[in-house]
Design a protein around this ligand. Structure first.
Ligand code: NAI
Length: 673
């Protein structure tokens, strides 16, 4: 008797194998589920039904993939290779069954789940927005290892298969049908019948076109692989993220023989999975899950959001909430800001939703509200007016008087301690910070800020709201800069100091990219806006030991604000930086990267000591999702641990001797040993 699978034979003589993983909201291939599947397949093989349909009983989807928990801490390549080979032989048995097999897909069908579907003769997917098929493996630092790299090439042809594995693109049923990944799509009510029809009719399985198949033969295969390698290298650094390159090599060298491909898949994925990159990326995956869990378990179900202040942030916050299905009222004292915000919102809806009825529905959910009538009705009110304590106090006094007694009252302030705003509230425990990052539609992280007065229930409700709009909540205390800006600022200021010392901006940015940052600090300052950087730096300099470089003020005085004004540290043409090439004989200071990174690390240690976040894991999560800090390094604290606390401290002390007290080790370093 299986715990996770159940088998039923229908009146047509077709077998239905239901997957419903016990104690989990998603179906995953835990070791136990795989063992049980093997036993079920042996029985079904003997019973010889007319056909076999794999179906999930989970509402959310078909199968979410391998159980990533089983990947944590894997360090033995041979053992991992044996595990993968075991799954290969199970999936091969499914492929070899003497009757037709079919995967009936709804919701998510990811990684190992898609690989099981590929081992079936047919695939039918539900035709709706919620159905998504994808290979997310490269994001975890591996590539499909349950036969997926072999079967996808066979089914789709190498070009389409490689593109999907390299890009982890999530396809709707419709998009999957277009490329031949599924044989048929059907709306929910016809889904089962469509599956029965396919099993009964038994049409020949899908095959890629002749020209697609040709690409698998040399010399075309080698040429295409080299081309894709070049394209991938434009986006991804091979040293930091080897998986996509290893996938391409695997196909280039072994694509001519299925047996060789299976072998190389098992070895290649085992090598990747046991590497520090994959282990850190898996860690990041769990950090993300942990942040999501912080928003769970609350009975707060926000339907109506009221946003006050329709500027850069408020306008975009309102648009994002409407995009995510909420009813939103947007208030601003000036009509011109509301109309600009509505225009930006519609551009976002068009970009993200594509289909006219969906765009219109999102537009209908976003209501300009000059007078603020939404205050009385909203479940959550987010203030995003300009950064002034007095103005925010006046506003919150009014909000508290008018809002529903159980509405969440939130401020998007980036630098004002909540305690100061809350002094005018009758119930200061109601005020919570919901600190979005700019640009709202891109940045996944939201800092959920609590003062000493904020009630834990409000913090939880704010986190539930973040999750409801598909964002990652990070609880932080209401100390200056919270977590992300505080950690980022010393790093940015060091980069500007280097610039003032005469290091060319492209050399500074290049060093940060080589470390694994998604963007160089100089380019980042230009894109955030030098005026914003200056104001955050000035604010932080009131409480932190940071010196604001004079060049920032000068740039602002000259209106060289960055991308938005066409000139900042770089000059911009059509939004692109025009960079003066670094002279070939230029020699950057040896400690260039360390100077920037160690200031960031030292600040991270200080934040941890002060308890700005609860623990080192959440700190890493915040810095990765809030700043893009090299995910393959697993976050600043993980990077310190991986490199050795003592060695890292010594490097910091060397910088202190060479460049002064801003590199003085925070007392928190002693707690790490
Ligand atoms: P902004 O200046 O672009 O927008 C402020 C808007 O509020 C303006 O449209 C203004 O007309 C409106 N407003 C001012 N007083 C009002 C009132 N009493 N009632 C209704 N509307 C009023 O400012 P931005 O950049 O959007 O910042 C807003 C808040 O978000 C600030 O607290 C800022 O610290 C915070 N923040 C800003 C970030 C950024 O990158 N700009 C990032 C994260 C937070």
């Amino acid at each position: 008797m299986s715990k996770h699978w159940s088998y039923k034979l229908d009146d047509n003589g077709i077998g239905w194998l239901h997957f419903d993983h016990l104690d989990s909201s998603n179906n995953v291939f835990s070791n136990e589920a795989l063992d049980e599947l093997a036993a079920e397949i042996s029985e079904i093989d003997k019973a010889a039904p007319r056909g076999l349909i794999f179906i999930s009983d989970k509402k959310a989807g078909f199968i979410a993939g391998a159980d990533v928990k089983g990947f944590v801490g894997r360090s033995d390549v041979d053992e991992t290779e044996q595990f993968i080979k075991g799954v290969h032989s199970l999936f091969q048995r499914i492929e070899d069954l003497p009757f037709p097999t079919l995967a009936l897909i709804h919701g998510h069908c990811l990684g190992g789940g898609l690989e099981l579907a590929l081992a079936c003769r047919y695939r039918v997917a539900r035709d709706d927005e919620g159905t998504r098929l994808s290979f997310p493996e490269v994001r975890l630092g591996i590539f499909p290892g349950f036969g997926g790299s072999v079967r996808s090439i066979e089914l789709l042809g190498p070009l389409v298969a490689m593109q999907n594995m390299l890009n982890s693109r999530a396809l709707t049923g419709r998009a999957a049908k277009k490329i031949g990944l599924v044989d048929q799509i059907a709306p929910e009510r016809h889904l089962k019948q469509a599956a029965i029809d396919l099993i009964t009719r038994q049409p020949p399985p899908h095959q890629p076109s002749f020209s697609q198949r040709l690409l698998n033969n040399n010399p075309l295969r080698s040429m295409l692989a080299r081309y894709m390698e070049k394209e991938t290298a434009k986006r991804v650094n091979r040293e930091h993220y080897p998986a996509p390159f290893k996938l391409l090599d695997h196909w280039k060298l072994h694509g001519g023989s299925k047996a060789a491909l299976y072998k190389s898949e098992a070895r290649g994925v085992a090598e990747l999975l046991t590497s520090s990159t994959a282990q850190n990326l898996i860690r990041v995956f769990f950090l993300q899950e942990r942040m999501k869990s912080l928003g769970k378990g609350s009975d707060f179900k926000p339907h109506h959001v009221h946003v006050i202040g329709g500027g850069v942030m408020g306008g975009d916050i309102a648009a994002w909430c409407a995009l995510r299905g909420m009813r939103v009222t947007l208030q601003d004292r000036e009509a011109q800001y509301l109309s600009k915000a509505m225009q930006r919102a519609h551009a976002l809806f068009r970009k993200k939703l594509k289909r006219t009825p969906l765009i219109q529905a999102a537009g209908d959910r976003l209501i300009p509200d000059h007078k603020g009538d939404g205050i009385e009705k909203a479940d959550i009110i987010i203030e995003a007016i300009f950064e002034s304590v007095e103005a925010k106090q006046v506003l919150f006094k009014e909000i508290e008087a008018r809002a529903k007694p159980d509405a969440v009252l939130a401020s998007n302030t980036s630098s004002i301690p909540l305690e100061q705003i809350a002094t005018i509230l009758k119930k200061p425990e109601r005020l919570v910070g919901i600190h979005f990052f700019n640009p709202v539609a891109k940045m996944q992280l939201i800092e959920i800020v609590s003062s000493k007065q904020t009630s834990p229930d409000e913090t939880h409700r704010a986190a539930a709201f973040a999750l409801a709009i598909n964002r990652l909540p990070l609880p932080v205390t209401s100390s200056p800069g919270f977590l992300v800006n505080r950690i980022l600022m010393p790093y940015l200021l060091e980069a500007v100091a280097l610039l003032e010392e005469g290091v060319p901006a492209p050399a500074i940015d290049r060093a940060a990219l080589r470390f694994g940052m998604p963007m160089g600090p100089i380019a980042l300052a230009d894109s955030v806006g030098i005026d914003i950087c200056l104001s955050v730096a000035q604010k932080l300099s009131e409480t932190m030991d940071v010196t604001v470089p004079a060049i920032l003020q000068k740039k602002v005085d000259d209106n060289n604000l960055g991308i938005k004004s066409g000139w900042g540290f770089y000059r911009y043409q059509k939004g692109k930086a025009v960079k003066t090439p670094i002279p070939s004989d230029y020699k950057a200071p040896e400690d260039l990267t360390n100077r920037m990174i160690f200031r960031l690390l030292n600040e991270a240690v200080a934040c941890l000591r002060e308890g700005v976040v609860e623990d080192a894991d959440l700190l890493d999560a915040g810095v990765i999702f809030g700043t893009g800090f090299a995910p393959f390094r697993g976050g600043p604290m993980q990077y310190i641990r991986d490199s050795g606390v003592n060695q890292m401290r010594q490097r910091l002390e060397a910088l202190n001797s060479a460049h002064g007290a801003r590199f003085k080790a925070d007392p928190g370093w002693s707690d790490l040993e």
